[in-house]
Design a protein around this ligand. Structure first.
Ligand code: HPA
Length: 270
């Protein structure tokens, strides 16, 4: 595994011509942050050995790297999802490559359904912790000790210092930032109303189909992570209407600027 990671990192490093400090994964409809990057270098995943292309709507499927808020950043404009048929190991791979590139903080963003009844569409939520309901884990199979330990501690998968910094930046920008637990659901069907009621009793605040595998891979390889959800819709059964992927993208587009400013402010300070 180590050799594949190092090969991919070498290709990216050579194409970028610099070592990125901060990595940002942009969720569904949130790819616009990449447009704020100065002196951008574009690198489609298909040109990197070992990488799989993303097929999900609203996901461009490339790295965009350059300067953001005075820092060298690398953005994943589009991510891989388990529901696309990618294996958990394939989803973990880019995170491991980012660690090998020397990135010292990972910012994960996603679109999510609101399970907490106090939430509203358009809210931002800092992920305090997650529940892995995907039925799979990227760390199954042989373990490479040079990447991380066989049994990986998850107590601080969402780094407390980075979370505090993001909350502080939100307060300074006057942006309301909710805090809560994210449940990772395999998809691609949305949850049933009964599942959402069950998740609520389990202490879940938001539900989505990403982030969990990446956060596990990051914890495993020792890459400090912070994650944020944009509540693009209320989860199934909360409102008397059907869920629809277009609403997810519409809300993401409408609230993208707020999320982008928050992430930019965070990058400036991290
Ligand atoms: N459920 C799962 N994933 C999602 C949702 C949802 O309601 N909204 C955006 N991603």
């Amino acid at each position: 595994m180590r050799q594949k990671i190092d090969e991919a990192a070498a290709v990216i490093r050579q194409r970028l011509g610099f070592d990125p400090e901060v990595a940002i994964v942009l969720g569904s409809g949130l790819g616009g942050l990449a447009d704020r990057i100065e002196q951008p270098v574009y690198l489609p995943y298909g040109e990197i050995p070992g990488f799989k292309a993303s097929t999900a709507p609203g996901h461009a499927g490339r790295f965009v790297a350059g300067m953001l808020a005075g820092k060298r950043v690398i953005c994943m404009q589009g991510r891989l999802h388990f529901y696309e048929g990618h294996t958990m190991q394939e989803i973990a791979f880019p995170v491991r490559v980012l660690k090998a590139l020397g990135v010292r903080a990972l910012v994960l963003t996603n679109a999510a359904g609101g399970v907490n009844l106090d939430f509203s569409v358009g809210d931002l939520m800092l992920i305090e912790d997650h529940i892995n309901f995907m039925g799979a884990n990227p760390l199954t199979g042989p373990n490479d000790e040079s990447v991380g330990p066989r049994f990986c501690d998850m107590s601080t998968a969402y780094d407390p210092a980075l979370r505090a910094l993001l909350a502080q930046v939100a307060a300074e920008q006057g942006v309301t930032l909710r805090t809560g637990v994210y449940l990772g659901y395999m998809g691609p069907s949305y949850e049933t109303p009964a599942e959402i009621r069950a998740f609520r009793t389990l202490g879940v605040d938001a539900v989505g189909m990403s982030t969990v595998p990446e956060a596990i891979a990051a914890a495993h390889c020792g890459l400090p992570t912070v994650a944020m959800s944009l509540i693009t819709n209320m989860a199934a059964g909360v409102e008397n209407k059907k869920l629809d992927g277009d609403e997810v993208i519409e809300t993401a587009n409408r609230r993208a600027k707020v999320l982008e400013s928050l992430v930019t402010g965070f990058v400036a300070r991290v």
